[in-house]
Design a protein around this ligand. Structure first.
Ligand SMILES: Nc1ncnc2c1ncn2[C@@H]1O[C@H](COP(=O)(O)OP(=O)(O)OP(=O)(O)O)[C@@H](O)[C@H]1O
Ligand SMILES: [Mg+2]
Length: 302
């Protein structure tokens, strides 16, 4: 887990952010930014750069490496600080609260605003970013691929999907996006995985989820990471979240990914509620959704 920098942000001064964004600028060209180039990138005097570097390094916001030259790069915490600073300037958020969830590829916090929101920092690329790049199609066409780029692309993709899908599909309302972070509506509820449904709710809830998948398809997206961990359930129904890997329906693999999504979610119901969600026709549903022919689950249960 990446350290929460929200507390430290308050201690930072405007010039510290100049320095951080200077390092960010320089990282477009090399992984470590030559110290000698920082005054130009950060628009600070060399003396200011020395002073700010020291402050930021002590707080773990930048990292130094001496190879052929003395270079600096942002840490994920430094990148977080820049995104938080931008959200605060735009008055999107007023403060960061408790963690809502920690995933392999994200950290999610509650944030204060005019109403509670959720802030998701994407971490794709933090560990083993080469693996991630191979599996997903985020990058590839860049010689110098950084984790910053990978994580930012993931946040942009997720935000784009939410903007397209909301409010037709039950997804968190998107509020703002910057760098590798998105701010969205905070959803109350529990993950499907942690819920226990009464027997008469099993098929209706499965139907609700499949309905959302069908609506998303109509709006042009396949989720492509559908699971019991990415659906919230509460008394109002279901909300599908975690969309960075969503694939447009005109993508060549979209129907295959749709089938896998249907299989994942139906498989979960079959395993968790044996006898109540058996004999669901996965192929039939996966074929019906793209043609708009999915209406009721009854038609697809033996
Ligand atoms: N809008 C939201 N409102 C409330 N909680 C949220 C929201 N979005 C995400 N969370 C919480 O944060 C967790 C991680 O979010 P998400 O699934 O989007 O990221 P992830 O990177 O896929 O995590 P993982 O790798 O574990 O699947 C969720 O399981 C959920 O508990
Ligand atoms: Mg998830």
């Amino acid at each position: 887990m990446v350290r929460n920098v929200a507390g430290e942000i308050a201690e930072l001064e405007e010039e510290d952010f100049y320095l951080l964004s200077g390092v960010e600028q320089g990282m477009r060209f090399s992984e470590y930014v030559n110290r000698e180039k920082l005054p130009e990138f950060a628009r600070l005097t060399p003396e200011e750069v020395d002073y700010r570097l020291d402050r930021c390094e002590r707080r773990g916001l930048v990292e130094r490496k001496t190879i052929q030259y003395e270079g600096y790069r942002l840490t994920f915490e430094g990148y977080d600080a820049l995104a938080l600073h931008t959200f605060a300037e735009r008055e999107t958020i007023e403060g960061v609260g408790a963690p809502l969830g920690v995933g392999k590829e994200s950290d999610v916090y509650e944030v204060r605003s005019y109403r509670p929101h959720a802030l998701k920092f994407h971490r794709e690329g933090y560990t083993e970013f080469r693996e991630v790049n191979r599996e997903r199609e985020y990058t590839a066409d860049r010689e110098h691929v950084s984790w910053m780029y990978t994580a930012r692309k993931a946040a942009e993709r997720e935000n784009d999907a939410l903007e397209t899908l909301y409010p037709t599909v039950s997804v968190p309302q998107p509020v703002d996006q910057n760098r590798h972070a998105i701010v969205m509506e905070r959803i109350d509820g529990v993950e499907l995985e942690r819920s226990r449904l009464d027997s008469q709710q099993v098929l209706p809830v499965l139907e609700l989820i499949l309905d959302e998948m069908a609506l998303a398809y109509e709006e042009g997206y396949v989720h492509a990471d559908m699971s019991e961990y990415n659906v919230f359930i509460n008394s109002d129904g279901v909300t599908v979240f975690d969309w960075p890997q969503a694939v447009p329906t005109d993508h060549e693999n979209s129907d295959e990914l749709l089938r896998r999504d249907v299989e994942n979610i139906v498989g979960y119901f079959e395993r968790k509620y044996p006898g109540q969600a058996d004999d669901v026709d996965v192929d039939g549903i996966a074929a019906a959704i793209p043609t708009g022919a999915f209406d009721a689950i009854d038609e697809f249960v033996e």
